[in-house]
Write a new protein. Structure first.
Length: 395
């Protein structure tokens, strides 16, 4: 008896996905995540999305696959592993180097996956035609309002850990996700169950206390959000805990015990560039716009722009305790970008408050930068607190 054509189509799709270089391919029903919308609503209602207003704007489409495409019947979820070849937390002890998240140390994964995903989608439709089936597909790589992690868990790629990220028994924390929505009613794979148990390493590892509880993240305190999504000045109370993390943060991912089963990324374009493993903060602080674009051409880092990136570098410089980096902070006090000037004032105030005071010559036209000056030059008093701010006089 011939196999069911939809089962054959699903099997062929999975085999072709592996041939194209994906690490894993599973299938979920389009209605497999009914609980996701309620969790999203709570996240937004509590303001835990910070300045990511686009999440609220797309909530109707994001809440379920059919909100995005009413005709979808199945979601093919694919994973591409990007496991590091060294401990990603090792760089955090090097005070004059910057820590870049594992996923951003080489090519933008969107560019790597998109072509393969489109090819897989086209082959799926062609194969369906040969099986006497008709249908359509849409492909997504973190470019549309898709609840990727709940869908990946429903498809059996892993489960959402207490840090809200996907954890895989075969790949640990290191999987990029992509989806093909299709009108074909493909046989679903069994969902994965939660294997976190009593472990809370990810929760305890967070430098800024971004987890308000297991499975509950407050993005406003998350270093990945602060260094990538947040455009303005970083809240002063969170800056010291950021250490030298200048783009993203892997702490909660890296400490997961399931990483012992993860391998090293097979895709050459996802392996860390040597110059991005431990980049020197001084070199990064000296980047102008052209230099930034040249260094990060093809990298996901390019999308935040030079000013936001140098802001992050200056926070790391301020946390370094290294007098050798004071010149870089001092030079950027005159930068055209207010977000850079403000971070430079904070950084130099941490490294050499006396020098900062000598550089004070006029009020900054940007109120946020002026507030940085006021805070940085406010003298501390014994026993805690600060002296009242004196009336400013230009010199």
């Amino acid at each position: 008896m011939a196999a069911d054509p939809l089962q054959r189509l699903a099997d062929d799709c999975k085999a072709e996905a592996l041939r194209l270089g994906f690490s894993v391919c599973r299938i979920a029903r389009a209605d497999a995540i009914p609980q996701a919308r309620a969790r999203l609503d709570a996240f937004l209602a509590e303001g835990r999305h910070g300045t990511m207003g686009w999440m609220a704007e797309t909530v109707e489409r994001r809440g379920s696959p059919r909100g995005l495409w009413p005709e979808v019947r199945s979601v093919i979820v694919l994973g591409l592993d990007y496991g590091p070849d060294e401990d990603p937390l090792g760089v955090l002890a090097e005070r004059e180097a910057g820590g870049i998240s594992v996923y951003a140390r080489n090519r933008d994964y969107h560019d790597i996956i998109k072509g393969r995903l489109k090819e897989l989608g086209a082959k799926l439709v062609a194969r369906a035609g040969r099986l006497g089936l008709t249908g359509d597909v849409k492909v997504f790589v973190d470019t549309a309002p898709v609840m990727e992690k709940p869908l990946a868990a429903a498809a059996g790629l892993g489960w959402q850990g207490k840090h809200t990220n996907l954890v895989s028994r075969g790949f640990g924390s290191w999987l990029f996700l992509a989806e093909i929505f299709t009108t074909f009613d493909l046989p679903p794979d069994p969902a994965e169950t939660d294997h976190c148990g009593s472990c809370r390493r990810c929760l305890d590892a967070c430098p800024t206390g971004a987890f308000v509880g297991p499975y509950r993240l407050d993005a406003r305190r998350c270093i990945s959000y602060l260094t990538i999504e947040h455009a303005g000045p970083i809240p002063p109370d969170l800056r010291p805990a950021m250490g030298n993390r200048i783009y993203g943060c892997d702490d909660c991912l890296a400490v997961c015990p399931w990483n012992k089963y993860a391998g090293i990324a097979r895709e050459a374009k996802l392996k860390a560039r040597d110059d991005l493993r431990r980049p020197r903060l001084g070199d990064l602080a000296r980047l102008d716009d052209a230099g930034f674009r040249a260094l990060f051409a093809g990298s996901p880092i390019k999308r935040i722009g030079r000013d936001r990136f140098v802001r992050n570098v200056l926070i790391a410089i301020g946390n370094s305790g290294s007098p050798a980096l004071a010149d870089d902070a001092a030079r950027l006090i005159a930068d055209p970008a207010p977000v850079v000037r403000g971070a430079a004032v904070w950084a130099l105030g941490r490294l050499d408050a006396g020098r900062l005071a000598r550089l004070r010559c006029a009020l900054d036209p940007d109120p946020a930068v002026e507030a940085e000056w006021t805070a940085a030059l406010r003298p501390a008093v014994p026993g805690g607190g600060v002296e009242p701010t004196p009336v400013h006089e230009s010199v």
